[in-house]
Design a protein around this ligand. Structure first.
Ligand code: ZN
Length: 151
């Protein structure tokens, strides 16, 4: 795999195959800002059947982005690189409770109608395929709903 090591930046491994571009969008399309990006797509992996890898030079992923990453690629692992060394590792684990990231798509839900005073809270319903259930009305958000809200 001819992907150069990066000196400073973020390497995201074990991305669900096919989700690399969604991960780049989550990072704010760094290639459009002129940052160097390496994408490795659909390679075989011992941990999962197929995976994508994203490397971004000069960008360190934020905690908020790691939380969202977990919703796009629930098995992803994140390495933060400084001076060619891994200084931090994070695993993108979908949280059991999610507050303030997703919105309910049921128009009669109290978190939609009273959205100034009631903030949306979801609990993890299933990990694969990923789904979250609204604490107030029970409506479930599936993978596509979640992706479209993060996009
Ligand atoms: Zn709801």
């Amino acid at each position: 795999m001819l992907v150069q090591k990066i000196s400073d930046g973020t390497v995201i491994d074990h991305i669900t195959a096919g989700k690399a571009l969604s991960v780049l969008r989550l990072l704010g399309d760094p290639q459009a800002r002129g940052d160097t990006v390496a994408l490795v797509m659909n390679v075989s992996s011992s941990k999962m059947k197929r995976k994508d890898i994203v490397k971004v030079e000069g960008v360190e992923i934020s905690e908020e982005q790691v939380q969202k990453l977990a919703l796009i690629a629930p098995q992803a692992s994140v390495n933060i690189i400084r001076s060619y060394r891994v200084v931090d590792k994070k695993n993108a684990v979908p949280p059991k409770l999610l507050s303030g990231v997703l919105n309910c798509n049921n128009p009669t839900c109290v978190s939609v109608k009273e959205n100034d005073s009631v903030s949306p809270i979801f609990s993890l319903a299933e990990i694969s395929p990923l789904s979250y259930q609204c604490k107030y009305c029970g409506r479930k958000l599936g993978e596509q709903d979640i992706l479209s809200q993060l996009g």
